[in-house]
Design a binder for this molecule. Structure first.
Ligand SMILES: [Mg+2]
Length: 195
């Protein structure tokens, strides 16, 4: 994976990329608010959580997402932990790069704990928690967010992790973690040739 003698840096998002956010959210909300219907995980049309929600839906959603410990309880997305371990083994500089849910008092610490538990201390130390990923330096950002914007001009190429709400957008994507190696090889080669 090394190009021009430089180790590539790959930034990897957490929610619905490494961690099964939607599964845990939908099951928690159905358990807490069984009378309020909500789309199945994977069926959400919009990245924005609150699109089309009533006030009652919105309040129920915030109750679930603001629950201390919510972000520590997420299950790993199949193949994600193994993919990151294989990237590290292949000499790639990997850093988890994630945005906090600001109104949950334990979100940031839960995210660090999740990385430490599932990926180990080194990756926990290199994890970046920020509301503006455009400021983070890397070659690739793997993220499910349809457009990742902020104050800076990003140095990374966005590789979308396919979810229902981003499925129609053009550009490099990983549909599931089994594809990471081919997609990254292509994107990193393209960056070298494009210089
Ligand atoms: Mg995400």
């Amino acid at each position: 994976m090394e190009k021009e003698g430089r180790v590539p840096t790959v930034l990897v998002d957490m929610d619905d990329v490494l961690c099964g956010w939607a599964d845990h959210f939908v099951s928690s909300r159905r358990r807490r608010f069984p009378h309020l219907p909500i789309a199945d995980p994977g069926g959400r049309e919009s990245f924005d959580l609150f699109t089309g929600f009533s006030e009652e839906d919105r309040a129920a959603t915030l109750t679930v997402l603001d629950e201390p410990g919510f972000f520590a309880a997420l299950k790993p997305v199949p193949g994600g932990v193994e993919a990151v371990e294989r990237m590290v083994g292949a000499g790639i500089d990997v850093a988890v790069c994630t945005s906090p849910w600001m109104s949950n008092p334990t979100c940031a610490s839960d995210k660090l704990r999740w990385v430490e538990e599932h990926l180990g201390a080194d990756l926990s130390h290199s994890t970046v928690i920020t509301r503006d990923k455009t400021r983070v330096v890397g070659d690739v950002l793997i993220d499910d967010k349809p457009e990742v914007t902020g104050r800076a001009r990003p140095r990374w190429s966005l590789v979308r992790f396919t979810r229902h709400y981003n499925r129609l957008l053009a550009g490099p994507r990983i549909d599931d973690w089994s594809q990471w190696e081919d997609v990254l090889a292509r994107v990193l080669l393209h960056r070298v040739e494009g210089r």
